[in-house]
Design a protein around this ligand. Sequence first.
Ligand SMILES: *Cc1c(COP(=O)(O)O)cnc(C)c1O
Length: 394
Amino acid sequence: MAGPGAYWFGKEEADAVNRVMQSGHLFRYGSETDPKFLHTVASLENEFAKYCGAKFALATSSGTASLVASLAALGLQPGDEIIVPAYTFVASYTSCIFLGIIPVLSEIDESLTLDPDDIERHITSHTRAIMPVHMLGNPCDMDRIMAVAKKHKLLVLEDCCQAAGASYKMKKVGTIGDMGAFSLNVFKTINSGDGGLVVTNDQNLYETAFAMHDQGHKPSRLGVEVGSRNLLGLNFRMNELTAAVGLVQLGKLDMIVTTLREKRKKFKNLIADAKGFKLRTLNDPDGDCATICTVTFDNREQALKVSKILGSKTLDESGWHVYANMEHVLEYLKKIGRPHKKGAYPKTDNILSRAMNISIGVVDGGLGAGWGININSSDSEIESAADQFIEACR
Ligand SMILES: *Cc1c(COP(=O)(O)O)cnc(C)c1O
């Protein structure tokens, strides 16, 4: 069970790690005059910024760390509210909670991402930001979300952890809002074991996120450190070994996405005549990573039947991606007097109860995508999976 990047680990990653080992420099900082120091983290940051078309990228230790560094950089304070979809990985909430920021949950729509029509209902005088999550590799309806943000003067932090390689109307995700947070964990499009990245076009946000990720320091610890700034930070640094793997994986990202799109297209064509379900809405069909093929059945009974036959599960039964399944988050929401029971987000509940994830590139039971194909599946394996799906739908 892993994302597509892990299926494509090869000699290139091993060689890159070996080069770092032989350099003797595993820390992200080193002497600028030492020819052996490889600057691998800095290279990953440069390459990723270029890849995204962003001015700045910051490497971190995880997607969660990327979210925390971004939220801190955006200046959100304890008691501030941020609107977050009710269907996302638990880290979208916990990154806020640990900064004292209140995640205010909001409905998703048939794209399984933040429903632009439900955002305004949750805006109060405490609302400072929106966190659209490009769930399952599929970009959110960013035009409409940005319009709401603009109207109410809200900041936008894109959670891109499941969507490295995705774009919305030709712009890479993460570059549409104020900041974007990415993950390099094993279940994502590309993988360095663990790791993360932040992108932004705003120098001040970049420098503040950098400070947050490294004890208040300036980027690359350049310039006078003592007395020159007053920011507090933590340690979310990436090391050179992680960056070595990340850089090689980044070089494979376009090929990964292209391959997944081809395989999903094949799979979709093969199941086109089957009845009783819809494919989920894609806000930009040309920008989706195609890591997952999500089907939404007409009713719950059919969803349960098909997923049971295939040894999978409906999305409302998948793990810590569904608000109603996050007992610790619900406990926290209860404590602060917010909706904290299944049923609080009926549209989301309804969609998730009828939906099933079919793996194309991300094979992850926790995401409800334990069944399907993977990036290395042959044509005959794709045909066989499609046959099984059609048979289960009968
Ligand atoms: C994976 C994920 C995260 C957290 O990333 P880590 O690298 O595991 O910390 C955050 N948000 C979403 C939507 C994710 O899928």
